[in-house]
Design a protein around this ligand. Structure first.
Ligand SMILES: [Fe+2]
Length: 160
């Protein structure tokens, strides 16, 4: 896992600075995926393309799903663009863990007994610029279980 020391990100995604536009990784992924089915995630640095030239280039891009490393793409000065495509896959475990978090901390959420289960899971990209250091960006995607259980009356609620 990358060091968490001095990783920069955008302070306000609606008003990026020039430096942020060139360095914050841009993540393209489906907003909903099915657990167990691989999907593509494209990471581009940044919303304004970063230069790839001797002495100033993007060295690598990493992608994490739910905190686990999906892959790391080493880039070269000769690469035309600072981008990488990763194959990620959500799991039933990610949904289960999120259910427990919802239950114990937020007091509401998906109980898992009344039908389709899903969870919002974090996709996180980190990149390293040879001059400007580490930058990251995260977005949530929904992982939906393909297992639809027999419908039961939902007894879940904030009052319980
Ligand atoms: Fe840079």
């Amino acid at each position: 896992m990358s060091s968490d020391i001095n990783i920069q990100t955008a302070k306000d995604h609606d008003n990026l600075t020039e430096m942020e536009k060139k360095h914050v990784p841009f993540i393209e992924a489906p907003s909903e995926v099915i657990a167990g089915e691989p999907f593509d995630v494209k990471v581009t640095v940044g919303s304004v393309p970063h230069v790839m030239e001797e002495g100033h280039y993007i060295q690598w891009i990493e992608l994490y799903l739910n905190g686990d490393l999906v892959g790391k793409e080493e880039l070269q000065v000769s690469d035309e663009k600072a981008e990488a495509v990763f194959k990620a896959v959500g799991t039933e475990e990610m949904i289960s863990v999120r259910e427990i978090i919802n239950c114990t901390i937020h007091g509401f959420g998906v109980c898992g007994t009344c039908g389709t289960r899903s969870a919002i899971v974090n996709l996180r990209a980190v990149e390293s610029c040879s001059i400007h250091g580490l930058w990251e960006y995260s977005k949530g995607i929904e992982i939906i279980s393909p297992i639809v259980k027999a419908g039961k009356k939902c007894t879940w609620g904030p009052h319980l």
